[in-house]
Structures are given as structure tokens and as C-alpha cells.
Design a protein around this ligand. Structure first.
Ligand SMILES: [Zn+2]
Length: 164
């Protein structure tokens, strides 16, 4: 590896974020929530499709940037657990045997990504990852997005480069 880029960012909740089926152990919030959503949005935007259907698994094209970013080893992006800033409010509700978490609007989700750069293509791909957050602003995180929940805005992005 040539370089490690540590990205620290903050997402502001414009509307409340609802997380369904949350295991109680998931506190802080698992970074996979963000990973899954960004991957899905980016693959859809770039028409990573097979027979007209969104294909999230590896397409096996050697130069596919998306698969390099999300599907191949060594993993380029590591999504660390998401933390809430101190002023954020999170409440839990039980519905049968499910736990639903609701984080109120105005809260800040603080995320950290480790981005590994092996060559120039990885360096370029960081922009792709950055762009996926723009897609997220027009979409939503968590559940209930079609009813307006989980609107976010990226309000902070900092990259720190470490040469290893
Ligand atoms: Zn691919």
C-alpha cells in the first residue's frame, strides 16, 4: 500500500433517521449502513447492471472502478462505526421482537473511512466515493425514506493522508 487516506465526515440529519431491526449491540451505529447505501446508489447511478437489473456483485471486468471500490480484495474502503455527536438524540422503540431506533432531525452522524490507495486509479476513485455522498443527499439513509425520513446533508469532509 502506498498511502492511507483517513476521511472524517459529518452528516447532518435534515429529517429523523429511522433504523429498523437494530440489534441492541449496534451502538454506535454500524458503518455498514452507510457502506451499503453508498454502494447501492453509486452502482445504480453508473448503471452497474446485468440484464437490466442492478448488479451489486462483482462484474468481473478487470477495469471496473466500482468493483474495485466495493467488491475486490484488498478492501479499499473501510467504514468505521458511526458515532453521534453529543447533542444528538436517539430513542428506541420496541415493536414486537424488533427494535426501532429513531435519531432526531438536526443530529450529526460522525463517520470515519479508511481509504487505501495502491495506485493512481485508487487515487481517482476517491472522487467517486466522494460523489456518492452527493447521491445520498438526494436519497435517504435508513428506513422510511419514501415517507421523508433519513434525509441527510454532508456538512463536513476532511482528508488526512498518511504515507506508509
Ligand atoms: Zn463491476
Amino acid at each position: 500500500m502506498l498511502k492511507l487516506i483517513i476521511v472524517k465526515g459529518k452528516l447532518k440529519l435534515i429529517t429523523a433517521l429511522q433504523l429498523n431491526d437494530l440489534p441492541l449491540s449496534l451502538s454506535p451505529i454500524n458503518g455498514n449502513i452507510l457502506r451499503k447505501k453508498l454502494k447501492q446508489l453509486l452502482f445504480l447511478e453508473e448503471s452497474h447492471c446485468k440484464e437490466g437489473k442492478l448488479k451489486l456483485s462483482d462484474c468481473e471486468k478487470p477495469d471496473c472502478k466500482l468493483c474495485r471500490l466495493f467488491n475486490r480484495l484488498p478492501a479499499r474502503v473501510i467504514f468505521l462505526p458511526i458515532n453521534l455527536d453529543k447533542k444528538s438524540r436517539m430513542e428506541f422503540k420496541y415493536e414486537g421482537d424488533r427494535i426501532i431506533a429513531r435519531i432526531s432531525s438536526g443530529s450529526l452522524l460522525k463517520f470515519t473511512l479508511y481509504y487505501k490507495v495502491f495506485d493512481e486509479v485508487d487515487e481517482e476513485n476517491l472522487l467517486l466515493l466522494r460523489d456518492s455522498f452527493k447521491l445520498l443527499e438526494y436519497d435517504y439513509l435508513g428506513s422510511g425514506g419514501s415517507r421523508g425520513a433519513g434525509k441527510v446533508r454532508l456538512c463536513y469532509w476532511q482528508e488526512r493522508r498518511i504515507f506508509l
